[in-house]
Ligand binder design. Structure first.
Ligand SMILES: Cc1ncc(COP(=O)(O)O)c(C=O)c1O
Ligand SMILES: [Zn+2]
Length: 400
């Protein structure tokens, strides 16, 4: 393992990585630092060709030491699909979708869970607790089941129902709260303080980012180490965008990619857009978003602990933040399904309407290479599709 230490992006404090740790003393999330020159010496791009198509192919840039602690359900190396029909319609001639919908549990949350749970197991965690908007809870519940770790999950009562079932069948202790993820977070914080459990809330432990980082590593490899121009990402807690940025920086430092980094775009819903508001006001962090509501439930995060890291990634890459309405993202979802045969989650669909707007405004040029990161499968959100079909009697003719 090539981890050198943990560091605080806010106050620059450093910590050793072999002890269980949560936040920095200053309250900021901690980041995992690697000895990149050693990684560079030990690992060559060509070696990847012989490795399994899962995220552990980048093991030198991941924090788990012993093979026996790795919980792998086949996560990672999701397809990068060119949108050959829809791209030209939108005057986006090099439009791609990276599809996390086919990963275990049907969302990219499996990546953070695979690495976070494996490292928690390695460091001796027996019980962990977390608030979730649903998908992360489902992913952590199944990986914890495999790791023999007890998972305590708290999610909003209004969260989509499928992740509830996933938590329940995997044997997690599941609670619903009449409120938002921020309310679930307060309940978890209290329980963790009382019972001494490990707090696996978004960014309150350093290893979930490392799992999400592999999306950036994969994109670089899939583009043959030439980076795309723009990556759009539906942002809630922001771990995905922080992770992708971290991946690109590490790859640049190792000399595996060169040139300008892709412009990172944080996409939110107009019903919960704290990062967009902060970006528009050119601020380094965000305010709590009152009355948050959107059908893209995974991005209903009124205030992210890592907001300053998301905004930093956007500013440093000349990216931007943009909000789309629920109507727009649902329309984009249907358009994608009709034109490309892809049924994606509402969060992922938000990227498509954002890309369309950014093309219309000229922020994205027609020939730029643009990636929509689809974070999950539409199959996890059956309630977002209204189905009105004729009901036939046995023996009835089709009315066509
Ligand atoms: C499908 C989906 N997309 C996006 C997100 C936002 O994730 P992040 O914390 O990386 O911003 C979530 C979070 O729950 C999600 O479930
Ligand atoms: Zn600090």
């Amino acid at each position: 393992m090539y981890v050198s230490h943990l560091s605080c992006p806010k106050c620059s404090a450093t910590f050793e990585s072999e002890k269980l740790i949560q936040l920095c003393e200053c309250g900021a999330p901690l980041l995992v630092e690697y000895d990149l020159s050693k990684v560079q010496a030990a690992c060559k791009k060509a070696m990847l060709k012989d490795r399994e198509p899962n995220l552990w192919r980048y093991r030198e840039l991941l924090p788990v030491k012993a093979q026996k602690n790795i919980i792998c359900l086949g996560e990672g190396m999701t397809p990068l699909l060119p949108l050959k029909n829809l791209g030209p319609q939108l005057d986006l001639l090099n439009l791609y979708l990276k599809d996390e919908g086919i990963i275990p549990t049907g969302t990219f949350k499996a990546r953070g869970a695979a690495v976070g749970v494996s490292r928690a197991k390695e460091l001796g965690v027996k019980v962990l607790a977390m608030p979730t908007n649903g998908n992360a809870g489902a992913a952590w519940a199944v990986y914890c089941a495999s790791a023999g770790i007890e998972a305590v999950i708290v999610m909003p009562e209004d969260a989509p129902p499928i992740p509830r079932g996933e938590c329940a069948i995997a044997g997690a202790s599941l609670y619903l709260v009449k409120g938002l993820i921020s309310d679930a977070g307060k309940i978890v914080a209290q329980a963790v303080a009382e019972h001494g459990w490990f707090d696996a809330s978004t960014l309150k432990e350093p290893y979930r980012i490392e799992g999400k980082k592999t999306m950036g590593l994969e994109l670089a490899e899939q583009f043959n180490w030439n980076m795309p121009d723009v990556i759009l990402y539906p942002t809630g807690g922001g771990v995905g965008i922080i992770g992708i940025y971290k991946a690109l920086i590490e790859l640049s430092e190792m000399g595996w990619v060169a040139g300008k980094l892709p412009r990172l775009v944080s996409v939110q819903a107009t019903g919960c857009a704290p990062i967009v508001k902060a970006f528009e006001e050119k601020r380094p962090d965000s305010d709590f978003w009152e009355g948050a509501q959107t059908c893209a439930f995974g991005i209903t995060v009124p205030k992210a602990l890592g907001d300053f890291l998301v905004l930093d990634a956007i500013y440093k890459t000349d990216g931007c933040a943009i909000a789309v309405s629920d109507d727009e993202l649902l329309e984009a979802s249907a358009l994608l399904a009709r034109t490309e045969g892809m049924f994606i989650c509402p969060e992922g669909a938000a990227n498509l309407s954002a890309a369309r707007k950014l093309r219309e405004s000229g922020w994205i040029k027609s020939d730029e290479h643009v990636v929509l990161l689809n974070t999950g499968s539409g199959l996890k959100y059956p309630e977002t599709v209204t189905v009105k079909v004729p009901l036939l009697q046995p023996g009835e003719r089709l009315p066509v």
